[in-house]
Ligand binder design. Structure first.
Ligand code: HEM
Length: 502
């Protein structure tokens, strides 16, 4: 708090000066979307920081006042926030090519993305096309996803074993998010590095990834670079964490390189991995293939993109089942009717309409990230009649769309039957229409959509088949408060009581 006051004081001192300097350049009047007023230079930055609310809550409260497209001035960054299906459609589908880029990065992100050398951070252009094509065609197409069936089976077995052991040691009580996270991380690690790792190694890589996510959290000086002298300690920390990330992952890269060069030398090596696609990857407009630090960055993206997002969906799934036991019994009934006593697998889950409806309703009511990744326009553009300048951060507030009473009946209600009975429909790929977009839509749509859907369906089905889930400490009562931790997870991390089914 005290440091905020110091920053405010300094910022105000300098602000008058910069304001005078910048008046001239601001004078080319843009018709920006409306938004709360704020002082020059710092704009709404300190209002947001001091509100004591998570950013998504702050935004949610602004929407009734300013409407489905609004502006926040965050220091040197202009943020334009879109929260309606129509405007999302206009931007990402009708004007998809213009809205398909990413904004300039802050210095921390520049380090971790190797200067935008990732699918998610690359500007709309040749580097993005090369990296995305490689990820989609070589790793995330339907045939390749099927090839990694064993990695998923093995991770699901590990999950069930861990849950059983944790329950046995804790009067039947387990943590949900932590275990789901571990399971999906195992799958992605196997796909990424082509090796099955022991639990110790998995925990080590996982810890390192978490540290990276923490240092990537936005800081004040990202919005007001004039404050950067006060953040030298944090900058040093960023360098240390990047070094640690490289030290942790380069040995895994080396190991795989050797296994490929000497086929048969490593008996545990898988026949294929994401790494294999990166070693000699041709990038449009570049002569060299990716360096080791770049490969570290690309692998981290693969692991990060699908871990917390998927685990978050599972935590909310368990919460909703506990809150409404009928949902759980209908799920269990469907599994029993479809597979009998056999262990449910990923082919089975495709043919389970109720399970699929539950997962869709989960992604509608609890999109794991409340904002899609930040977009930017490739040229000055118009949206909803307003100007969108090229240096603006364009954000899509996803619950604004999937909770909109003009689009959904009873949007507040968690009701899988809306999809199961066919009463309502939604195309999550955004091809036919936009009513919910938990994976984004358009050119930057999440390339992991199909795989993530398999992971959520399969994990939920196995969890329900193996155990009966109930609330802890109070059965039936679940606190659905949210908090932002990269994804939007439960404020009080969910603990559940589980009973192995006979
Ligand atoms: C339930 C799980 C997941 C959710 C909810 C999710 C959600 C999203 C969202 C909202 C975006 C931003 C789209 C935009 O910019 O408009 C995105 C992008 C991305 N996701 Fe996912 N994702 C999930 C799983 C995965 C998985 C499993 C992977 C890969 C292993 C992955 C890799 C990516 C990548 C690389 C991008 C950047 C795409 C680009 O900029 O072209 N995601 N995801």
């Amino acid at each position: 708090m005290e440091s905020h006051l110091i920053f405010t004081a300094i910022a105000f001192l300098v602000s008058a000066f910069i304001f005078l300097l910048s008046r001239k350049s601001n004078s080319k009047k843009l018709n920006l979307p409306p938004g709360p007023p704020g002082p020059p230079v710092v704009g709404n930055l300190f209002q947001v920081a001091r509100s004591g609310k998570p950013f998504f809550q702050y935004v949610r409260e602004l929407i009734p006042k300013y409407g489905p497209i609004l502006t926040l001035n965050m220091g040197t960054r202009t943020m334009i926030i879109i929260s309606s299906a129509d405007l999302a459609h206009e931007a990402l589908i009708e004007k998809g090519q213009i809205f398909a880029s990413r904004p300039r990065e802050n210095p921390t992100r520049t380090i971790f993305s190797c200067d935008k050398f990732t699918v998610n951070a690359a500007l709309y252009g040749p580097v993005w096309r090369s990296l995305r094509r490689n990820m989609v065609q070589n790793m995330l197409n339907a045939a390749r996803i099927r090839e990694f069936r064993h990695a998923r089976e093995s991770a699901m077995d590990k999950l069930v074993d861990r849950l059983r052991a944790e329950a046995a040691a804790n009067d039947g009580v387990v943590w949900v998010l932590k275990n789901a996270r571990f399971a999906v991380f195992c799958i992605l690690l196997a796909m990424c590095f082509g090796v099955e790792m022991d639990e110790e190694m998995i925990e080590k890589v996982d810890q390192m990834m978490k540290t990276v996510l923490i240092v990537l959290d936005p800081r004040m000086d990202d919005f007001l670079p004039l404050l950067s002298p006060f953040f030298s300690k944090q900058r040093n920390r960023v360098q240390e964490v990047r070094k640690k990330q490289i030290e942790t992952l380069v040995p895994l890269i080396e190991k795989r390189r050797k296994a490929i060069q000497n086929p048969g030398s490593d008996k545990n090596a898988a026949s294929f991995s994401y790494l294999d696609t990166l070693f000699d990857l041709k990038i449009e407009g570049r002569k060299s293939s990716p360096s080791d630090p770049e490969i570290v960055t690309l692998c981290s993206e693969f692991l990060n993109g699908g871990t917390d997002t998927t685990a978050t969906a599972i935590e909310w799934a368990a919460a909703r089942m506990i809150e409404n036991p009928k949902i759980q019994s209908k799920l269990y009934e469907e599994i029993r009717m479809s597979v009998g006593e056999k262990r449910v697998d990923e082919k089975d889950v495709e043919k389970m309409p109720y399970l699929n409806a539950v997962v869709k309703e989960l992604l509608r009511k609890h999109p794991p990230t409340y904002f899609s990744l930040t977009h930017a326009v490739t040229e000055p553009a118009k949206l909803g009649g307003y100007d969108i300048p090229t240096d603006a951060n364009v954000e899509f507030f996803l619950p604004g769309i999937s909770d909109d009473p003009n689009v959904w009946s009873d949007p507040e209600k968690f009701d899988p039957d809306r999809f199961f009975t066919g009463r309502e429909e939604a195309d999550i790929t955004g091809v036919t229409q936009v009513k919910m977009m938990p994976f984004g839509v358009g050119r930057r749509i999440c390339p992991g959509l199909s795989m993530a859907t398999v992971h959520v369906n399969l994990m939920l089905a196995r969890m329900v088949q193996e155990f009966e889930w109930s609330g802890y400490p109070d059965n039936g009562k679940v606190d659905l408060s949210e908090k932002l931790e990269f994804t939007v997870v439960m404020k009080n991390s969910l603990r559940a009581k589980i009973n192995p089914r006979g």
